[in-house]
Design a protein around this ligand. Structure first.
Ligand code: AHG
Ligand code: MN
Ligand code: MN
Length: 344
């Protein structure tokens, strides 16, 4: 039996991948791992303690906040505030970013963005939920205050990204730009142990994943792709927690889409703390992550902490196929526009 490699050991071993690393990033990743273990404790007994249901407030995206959203947000803030490696944070559950005071007079150069609890609508029905995070190096001078521009960096500037999936087992999957590795929490020893080394997404998969209920409001290109999936016998799997749907897509191959809908013309998912971290992971595993305008997610210029962005992400063959259907309608529209101009 192979010796178990814990998350801490793996992070320290991999630190040599970053010759100038002073161990700050490693410390930050470890702190996020600990915070997720505390959140996991509460998630696992959510039905037993009064932590189900809504807490009666709305977040910056105008969505009802669940009690577990607040609990997870508070735990992430607690651990990042005392980490000493984090200069500021931004969260789905916070209007603006939060500056973190120096710990022992040390200037930290990293900032963290996170969705503390993804898939809130699934909390009360005991379906998998997760935490999503990404780490950036601050651009502003480390002696000065954090600026909003530190948080509005493109996805290609992410130093690390990952998620924790509170499912049939609890897993942490992350990348620092040198591949993707997955760790499963062993409750017996309370450690995340390497279980999915060097994850690679299959070229194609058996499932497509999106909210079929919005079919009528999807673009003609997306509708064509969905009809193609039906014709090819590609099954629909949609959990409604982005972390769980992306995890399945990473492991088994497939495609996840959240295109524009009538209610969400820019898509529902947030660029900074949902789309970009997942795009970094999937690209590092050999997949593709684009918007429904066929632009690369990680090249998008963020304009706000809670900005929404359409997303089509997953196995290369399937994302390229979907892009082909969408592109043919873009070309069609261009041709019609050109002929209208000529006939005017
Ligand atoms: P959150 O719970 O952090 O607000 O995220 C929920 C998101 C995402 O997890 C999921 O993919 C999507 O909402 C599902 O949206 P629909 O219910 O509109 O399909
Ligand atoms: Mn979310
Ligand atoms: Mn959330």
């Amino acid at each position: 039996m192979n010796r178990i490699i814990t998350l801490d050991e793996f992070i320290i071993r991999r630190q040599k991948d970053f010759p100038f690393a002073s161990g700050e990033l490693s410390g930050l990743l470890r702190d996020i791992g600990v915070a997720s273990k505390v959140i996991n404790q509460e998630v696992n007994k959510a039905g037993l303690v009064s932590i189900l249901g809504m807490n009666g407030s709305e977040n910056a995206s105008g969505e009802d906040v669940a009690k577990l959203d607040v609990f997870a947000n508070d735990r992430m803030k607690d651990f990042l505030k005392t980490s000493g490696e984090c200069a500021a944070i931004a969260s789905e559950e916070e209007e603006g970013f939060i500056h973190i005071d120096q710990v022992e007079g040390k200037n930290s150069e990293y900032i963290v963005v996170f969705d503390p609890l993804d898939g809130s609508s699934n909390i009360d029905v005991n379906v998998s939920i997760g935490t999503i995070f990404a780490i950036f190096r601050r651009k502003s001078a480390s002696t000065g205050p954090i600026e909003m521009s530190d948080f509005l960096q493109k996805g290609i500037e992410q130093v690390a990204a990952g998620y924790v999936l509170y499912g049939s087992s609890t897993m942490m999957v992350y990348t620092t730009g040198k591949g993707v590795n997955g760790f499963t929490l062993d409750p017996g020893i309370g450690e995340f142990c390497l279980s999915h080394p060097d994850m690679k997404i299959p070229q194609r998969g058996k499932y497509y994943s999106l909210n079929q209920g919005y079919y009528r409001s999807y673009s003609l290109g997306v509708q064509d792709y969905l009809r193609h999936c039906e014709k090819e016998g590609i099954g629909l799997r949609y959990i409604g927690s982005m972390v769980a749907d992306i995890h399945r897509t990473l492991i088994k191959g497939g495609i996840f889409l959240y295109p524009e809908t009538k209610d969400n013309p820019d898509g529902k998912l947030r660029l900074v703390y949902e789309c970009n971290p997942m795009a970094f992971l999937v690209e590092q595993a050999g997949g593709i992550a684009i918007t429904s305008n066929l632009t690369r997610i990680m090249e998008e210029e963020p304009t706000g902490l809670h900005q929404r962005k359409t997303i089509i992400i997953g196995s290369p063959d399937m994302v390229n196929k979907a892009a082909g259907f969408i592109e043919s309608h873009i070309v069609e529209k261009e041709k019609n526009r050109a002929s209208n101009v000529l006939s005017d």
